[in-house]
Design a protein. Structure first.
Length: 186
């Protein structure tokens, strides 16, 4: 499977801002911050994302990379490992190379009975000020994020990850909003 082409399509589809301009100005770049109190904070890349899109790019100058395995972290065994990154300078983001996690937030991909949805979780570590202001969102945002995930879940390990996270989201009753394909496109 050509992971790189899938990622290139997804990066293009998901190159969309939730609102016009830099939303980070509304919250002092809360979802890019590198510390939560004393605790260092980073983000997980999707399976094969580092190898397909980032390792040969200028993105590497800005990040610290750790490899987290299924044995040490809460990662499904079938996946094996994920890369975890810390952005060294959240104000100097290379936006065109920002990872999937940064493009999709505050939406999370969610699969139930084989159908893909976009979900917003109740439990928000970022307290995004835009979550309750959906009327201000760019009309294209949900559509393009959905299409990007539709592309990405063609990769089996990504689908596995999404199914794994969806299962726990349901068990923990951690869904604030869940949008189906029909709700997004109508
Ligand atoms: S928390 Fe919300 S408003 Fe702030 S940078 Fe993230 S997406 Fe933008
Ligand atoms: S890549 Fe950019 S958008 Fe993503 S966490 Fe780092 S600074 Fe923020």
């Amino acid at each position: 499977m050509d992971y790189k082409s899938i990622y290139e399509n997804a990066y293009e589809l998901m190159d969309v801002q939730i609102v016009d301009g830099d939303c980070g100005k509304l919250c002092n770049h809360h979802c890019c911050r590198t510390y939560d109190g004393e605790k260092k904070m980073g983000i997980y890349l999707m399976p094969y994302e580092w190898e397909s899109m980032l390792e040969d790019s200028e993105f590497i100058t800005n990040v610290k990379l750790e490899k987290h395995t299924s044995f040490e972290y809460n990662i499904p065994h079938g996946i094996g490992y994920l890369y975890y990154i810390d952005c060294e300078d959240e104000f100097g983001c290379l936006r065109h190379l920002r990872p999937i996690q940064c493009r999709t937030y505050p939406f999370e991909p969610h699969i139930e009975k084989g159908q893909l949805y976009l979900a917003i979780e109740k439990d928000q570590i970022h307290n995004c000020p835009l979550i309750d202001k959906r009327e201000q969102w760019n009309e294209e945002f949900a559509k393009r994020i959905y299409l990007g995930w539709k592309e990405l879940i063609k990769i089996e390990n990504i689908r596995l990850m999404v199914q794994y996270d969806s299962k726990y989201r349901n068990i923990e009753n951690n869904i604030k909003i869940k949008l189906s394909e029909m709700e997004i496109f109508n």
